[in-house]
Ligand binder design. Structure first.
Ligand SMILES: NC(=O)C1=CN([C@@H]2O[C@H](COP(=O)(O)OP(=O)(O)OC[C@H]3O[C@@H](n4cnc5c(N)ncnc54)[C@H](OP(=O)(O)O)[C@@H]3O)[C@@H](O)[C@H]2O)C=CC1
Ligand SMILES: CC[C@](O)(C(C)=O)C(=O)O
Ligand SMILES: [Mg+2]
Ligand SMILES: [Mg+2]
Length: 337
């Protein structure tokens, strides 16, 4: 099915400039949206609980910080950029009581609507602006005059103008410089979860760690293994980003390309594809969402254990030592958050 893609010329920035926006949360996405909205001439306030460690960062950037309830009450567009597992409680306590006719409730990811965790009233617009990239790069690219593509979706169009509002918001954070695709909450949620689990985060991290293990367990130097499977991965992916897999293959040696063509499918074998399909099925039927919500409610025991195991992986120690010797590589994640 053909998608609709919108660019800056299709967006009317004055729509979002006429709204009072509350951004709930000031983490990876929250800081990027808030600062870029402000730089685009939008009236923004931040909603954070008293005692939140993000408060100082937002205030240092000159943003007005209120509690989530105060920010929701004052605003007529509320963008929820708190962690997905916290959103339902925040919505019920701090947002829902303050929703008025004509308000808009915005999300940066469709999880809570797709899995029926939040059920907004009929008198508000419900829409999504989901950048297809990490928040710190959403902000960095905006500042550099570029943009990260974004998806927009409208779940509920109470005003009759929700799509134009979402597109205007997306343009204000730089998304329409790169392209804004119209989708649904369901399509965004399922493809985003699949992408991060199977390819971008889960798949890539496991590929790199396993490649490092195979080389070092065979007696090769960890420093060489690190450069080979992690550092150089960025340089190879940069070529894919610029010109697709074809450009990557144009730049590498024909020896590498023959290995790529014949060995790649042995690593990502039909069994791996079957596992990817299973993972997609668990996303589609709600198994993953139920598991993640229950894990969070239990205090994240498995998450914490696995995160710690990842931090202890030998590739991290080797990488830190090498990155410290390349001043241009280990740049601060962002100047702002
Ligand atoms: N990370 C990313 O790049 C992407 C994220 N998204 C989506 O964006 C949303 C936000 O994710 P992300 O930016 O990663 O989140 P982060 O974990 O980076 O930041 C969460 C923010 O919410 C704050 N917070 C925690 N509890 C509350 C509360 N009760 N009330 C108000 N604020 C609270 C945190 O404050 P404190 O400092 O006190 O913890 C923090 O500022 C999610 O829906 C996610 O799926 C979408 C695309 C990409
Ligand atoms: C790839 C992970 C992501 O979906 C993102 C940065 O887009 C996320 O949820 O953080
Ligand atoms: Mg994503
Ligand atoms: Mg995601």
């Amino acid at each position: 099915m053909a998608v609709e893609i919108f660019y800056d010329d299709d967006a009317d920035l004055s729509i979002i400039q006429g709204r009072k926006v509350a951004v709930i949360g000031y983490g990876s996405q929250g800081h990027a949206h808030s600062l870029s909205l402000r730089d685009s001439g939008v009236d923004v306030r931040i909603g954070l609980p008293e005692g939140s460690k993000s408060r100082a960062k937002a205030e240092e950037q000159g943003l007005r910080v209120l509690t989530p309830a105060e920010a929701s009450d004052e605003a007529d567009l509320i963008m929820i950029l708190a962690p997905d597992t916290k959103q339902r409680a925040i919505y019920e306590k701090d947002i829902e009581p303050h929703l008025k006719d004509g308000d808009a409730l915005f999300f940066g990811h469709g999880f809570n609507i797709r899995y029926d965790l939040i059920k907004p009233p009929a008198n508000v617009d419900v829409a999504m602006v989901a950048p297809k990239g990490p928040g710190h790069l959403v902000r960095r690219q905006f500042v550099d005059g570029k943009g990260v593509p974004a998806l927009i979706a409208v779940e509920q169009d109470a005003s009759g103008n929700a799509q134009a509002l979402a597109l205007s918001y997306a343009a204000a954070i730089g998304g329409a410089r790169a392209g804004v695709i119209k989708t649904t909450f369901t399509e965004e949620t399922e493809t985003d979860l699949f992408g991060e689990q199977a390819v971008l985060c889960g798949g890539a991290s496991a590929l790199v760690q396993t490649g490092f293990e195979v080389l070092t367990e065979a007696g090769y130097a960890p420093e060489i293994a690190y450069f080979e499977v992690l550092h150089e991965l960025k340089l190879i992916v940069d070529l894919m980003y610029e010109g697709g897999i074809a450009r990557q293959r144009y730049s590498i040696s024909d020896t590498a390309e023959y290995g790529d063509l014949t060995r790649g499918p042995r690593v990502i074998s039909p069994a791996v594809k079957e596992e990817m399909k299973k993972i997609l099925g668990e996303i589609q039927d709600g198994t993953f969402a139920r598991e993640w919500v229950a894990e969070d409610e239990a205090g994240r025991p498995n998450f914490t254990k696995l995160e710690e195991q990842g931090n202890q992986h030998p590739i991290e120690e080797t990488g830190k030592k090498l990155r410290d010797l390349m001043s241009w590589v280990d740049r601060p994640i962002t100047e702002t958050a």
